[in-house]
Design a protein around this ligand. Structure first.
Ligand code: ZN
Length: 242
């Protein structure tokens, strides 16, 4: 007599029970397991940085803006898909130590570009750059599509003079896919730009080195997760051995 197949019963999931959130580090707001605080490298930037961040980047585990924000002395991060014109105008106009800020948009395309030389940024007679402490660099943090959308939605941002990165070296950022080789992380782009605008790239070397350490940690965690996943698949697969 054949045994009746046994039925497997699965207890229904209680969808009304609150999901337990993973504990987060109160400082970096990352899950405790991926806390990045040990990589924070205090850096006294002269050029102030305004990061306009797309909401999808805010809790992105591989996003580098949080490490940048916690490391820089002069950095504001605002999150949104669109920004209220009055609020944005206020951030752009926030006074610098000697008065009005000269705002530049870190963006590679279109007219109004002040082309840097190999020795650092050069200024055109029509657009002389003030001393670094009076410059505010605006950086759009998101995918290229998100950044373009943010730019196209803001006449204020469109009106800013643009400043491209000076001959960037290859990206160190191996944990996220770039669409073009010259694309890089927010932290790298900011450090390269600030170093060039301030004529002191070496001041950003410690933060870039810390970034390398953080990238290596994330990559190792990814490899570990991949190995665990493949081990689970292997143990579930029937053995071919006799
Ligand atoms: Zn932390």
């Amino acid at each position: 007599m054949c045994a009746a197949p046994s039925a497997t019963t699965v207890a229904p999931r209680d969808t009304t029970a609150p999901r337990r959130a993973r504990p987060r580090c109160p400082r970096c707001q990352r899950p405790q397991a991926t806390c990045l605080c040990r990589f924070v490298t205090p850096t006294a930037n002269q050029v102030s940085l305004l990061i306009l961040q797309h909401p999808q980047e805010q809790h992105q585990a591989k996003g580098s803006a949080r490490l940048l924000q916690l490391s820089l002395g002069r950095c504001r991060v605002a999150v949104g898909e669109r920004f209220d014109a009055a609020a944005l105008a206020g951030w752009l106009a926030e006074p610098t130590p000697s008065g009005a800020a000269h705002c530049l948009l870190l963006f590679p395309e279109a007219a109004g570009v002040i082309r840097p030389s190999a020795a650092g940024p050069t200024t055109t007679p029509a657009a002389p750059l003030p001393q670094p402490a009076d410059i505010r660099l605006v950086l759009l943090d998101g995918t290229w599509r998100q950044a373009r959308r943010l730019l196209s939605a803001s006449p204020l941002l469109q009106a800013l003079p643009r400043w491209p990165l000076p001959d960037p070296p290859p990206s160190r950022y191996a944990i996220r896919q770039a669409h073009r080789p010259e694309q890089r992380s927010t932290l790298e782009a900011a450090c390269l730009a600030l170093g060039a605008l301030e004529h002191r790239a070496a001041c950003y070397a410690p933060l870039l080195a810390a970034f390398d350490g953080w990238v290596a940690t994330i990559a190792a965690a990814q490899r570990s997760a991949d190995l665990t996943a493949s081990a689970i698949v292997d143990s579930a697969r029937p053995s071919l051995a006799a």
